[in-house]
Design a protein around this ligand. Structure first.
Ligand SMILES: C[S@@+](CC[C@H](N)C(=O)[O-])C[C@H]1O[C@@H](n2cnc3c(N)ncnc32)[C@H](O)[C@@H]1O
Length: 343
């Protein structure tokens, strides 16, 4: 558990100094600025404390803690075990999901991977395992990962007030989609929603927890992801909102019932546009269509594909926004088109 005190920005320097003097500042994490409905705040990371307030400010459990990337420190830990050439190739960043460290290690450090994992684990005493990332692929978007050190690969990651239980060697969890998961948590109040590529509940869970739709039908084809989807529905207590369906959304999606359809999949998403439009109510609704696209086509191809699919079904399209989610690979962007489909 990572704790922080939440303070008004103008108190930042004063409280930071007090935290250093009082030896409760956690120097492994960043001081973070955030904007909430209540205004702007700073989160000062603090070491594990038993009290509920420090200097009169609340101690909270920090979601998505941001760690200071201290390559010098990982290199420092490895000095003496690795040559100068090897030290220069040591990773400078890694990703923490729940209590698991996920790191990419270059092939030529293969025989030093356990040493690197030991060094990382010593830097994050609250973490239990280190997993090597070797890429992602296939229809199920399953990662290729190797447990290097530690006691397991299943964890519960907490984000934006939601719990995501997962096995990091079996399902993906993109840190680049963080903002999109948050954005989905603000949409769908009172609506009927279909999440065609639900995974472990990346979008369905935040929407169900925060926006309170009437119903979300969440479809997932991979039995391993589906098992976590069901578990996450239970963990987040949204059994009354989400109906999970194991199956292929091109056959399992309902027709004519949704106010909103989420298409959170990349690669061949356009093949499913017809089914997504049919899932919307007769008089229409909103589509969130994801696509990976070369940068120079990002503002044209995804919109054109939505328009073409709608035209084939005799529907009208109003593109509300095309937004960049992240850089997917060199020269390729992951974008999402928000479009209103109508009669
Ligand atoms: C991994 S998620 C996408 C991730 C998500 N955009 C995020 O926030 O990270 C896509 C999911 O769609 C599922 N999937 C792929 N084809 C499908 C289909 N035809 N029907 C239902 N689910 C499908 C995959 O198994 C995968 O779990």
């Amino acid at each position: 558990m990572y704790r922080a005190i939440r303070i008004p920005p103008e108190k930042g320097e004063e409280i930071r100094e007090k935290a250093i003097a009082g030896k409760f500042l956690d120097i492994t994490r960043k001081i973070r600025k955030l904007q909430t409905k209540e205004g702007a705040f700073l989160e000062i990371p603090v070491i594990e404390v038993a009290c509920e307030a420090i200097e009169g400010f609340p101690v909270i459990e920090q979601e998505n803690p941001e760690f200071l990337e201290i390559p010098a420190s990982l290199k420092e830990c490895l000095k003496g075990s690795l040559s100068e050439t090897e030290l220069a190739q040591v990773p400078s960043g890694w990703h923490i999901l729940g209590d698991i460290i996920i790191v990419s290690i270059p092939e030529n450090l293969e025989n030093k991977k356990i040493l690197i994992a030991e060094a990382l684990l010593s830097m994050y005493p609250k973490c239990k395992s280190v997993v090597r990332d070797l890429g992602i692929g296939g229809q199920f978007r399953q990662p290729e990962r190797e447990l290097l050190l530690g006691s397991g690969t299943e964890t519960i990651h907490k984000e934006h007030g939601c719990f995501f239980k997962q096995d990091v060697t079996k399902v993906m969890y993109s840190k680049g989609n963080l903002e999109e998961r948050k954005r989905m948590s603000l949409l769908g109040a009172g609506e009927t929603v279909v999440d065609m590529f639900a995974g472990i509940g990346y979008f369905s869970i935040p929407m169900a927890v925060h926006a309170k739709p009437e119903k979300i039908t969440s479809i997932e084809i991979n039995p391993e992801s589906f098992a976590y989807l069901k578990e996450n529905i239970r963990l987040n207590r949204v059994e009354d909102v989400i109906i999970p369906i194991l199956g292929d959304c091109s056959q399992a999606a309902p027709e004519g019932e949704a106010d909103r359809v989420i298409m959170g999949y990349v690669g061949t998403t356009h093949h499913y546009l017809g089914q997504a439009i049919k899932a919307l109510k007769e008089n229409g609704g909103i589509l969130h269509y994801h696509e990976t696209v070369p940068e120079n086509l990002a503002m044209t191809r995804p919109e054109e594909r939505v328009k073409k699919a709608a035209e084939l079904l005799g529907k009208k399209v109003e593109v509300l926004e095309t937004r960049k989610i992240k850089k997917y690979s060199p020269g390729v962007l992951h974008v999402v088109v928000d479009a209103r489909i109508s009669e």
